[in-house]
Design a protein around this ligand. Structure first.
Ligand SMILES: O=C[C@H](O)COP(=O)(O)O
Length: 267
């Protein structure tokens, strides 16, 4: 198959419009995220309740809150995600693996691990494969593993593509753009590079756009890009996620499902 004309697909994706159907499609793809670091127990419980009420794919929180969230989400369909080697993306494989194992022991269904950023910049792409393998061994086969490539810091397209290909070969489940902690978060350009690698791999790996995605219009552009590169039926909670702390508000507004403020009630 000829390689897709990514600049043309990005330009077209930017013109995608966000309507109620789009917003309704995006909600179940959301990893509802809170990674500030100062969350109270009440906030974590409210986040879990909100995720369940609206049917998001997952909540993504720090490991310290997993036990509480596990209890709150018991019996529901919302998955529990956390982060490891986060946000710095060290090249300490033992640390990444230990944090991954601890996350699974605390109840995580999904672990988003930051890639070794400086090693990639230095051209040591092989370390990406070693990190994925170490974290996979620590996590076991049933845990969903996502690799955060912090594409806004890597910047260089060839490095992003090489690291993504290596991660896919090592058995990663999802490629994720960003931690949300760097100056530059998700971009359509970086998304296109990762989606192109996923397309090369036959679509068996998922994609997560994260970092600075706040509006339904943003979501529309990323979904349009995924539809264009992967085909319109590819994106589902098993293959496509948004990682975002504030996107849900705008999705609910555009979907016409605004929450009643202060009542704790449904939309
Ligand atoms: O993994 C998700 C990101 O940390 C969320 O970033 P955000 O707060 O910019 O939405």
């Amino acid at each position: 198959m000829p390689s897709p004309d990514l600049p043309a697909l990005i330009a077209r994706a930017r013109t995608a419009t966000a309507d109620a159907d789009l917003a309704t499609r995006a909600v179940p793809l959301l990893d509802l995220t809170s990674l500030r670091g100062d969350e109270s127990s009440t906030e974590i419980e409210a986040l879990c309740d909100r995720a369940e009420r609206h049917g998001t794919a997952a909540v993504c929180i720090y490991r310290a809150h997993l036990a509480l969230a596990r209890k709150r989400l018991a019996g529901g369909t919302v998955r529990l995600a956390t982060v490891a080697n986060f946000p710095d993306g060290s090249d300490d494989l033992a640390r990444a693996a230990e944090e991954t194992a601890a996350a699974v022991a605390a109840g995580a269904d999904e672990v988003d691990v930051v890639a070794p950023i400086q090693a990639i910049r230095d051209g040591d792409i092989g370390l990406v494969g070693e990190l994925v393998e170490a974290c996979r061994e620590a996590a076991g086969a049933r845990t969903t593993l996502k690799l955060i490539l912090e594409t806004g810091s890597l910047r260089e397209p060839d490095l992003i593509t090489a690291a993504a290909r290596t991660a896919v070969m090592a058995g990663i489940d999802f490629l994720k753009t960003s931690t949300g902690k760097a100056a530059v978060g998700a971009t359509l350009e970086a998304a296109a590079l990762l989606l192109a690698v996923i397309e090369e791999a036959g679509g068996r790996v998922g994609f997560k756009a994260a970092g600075g995605i706040r509006t339904a219009a943003d979501a529309a552009a990323y979904l349009a890009l995924a539809d264009a590169i992967m085909g319109p039926d590819w994106a589902s909670p098993r293959t496509f996620r948004f990682g975002a702390s504030s996107l849900l508000d705008d999705l609910l507004r555009v979907a016409g499902r605004e929450e009643a403020i202060g009542t704790g009630g449904s939309y």
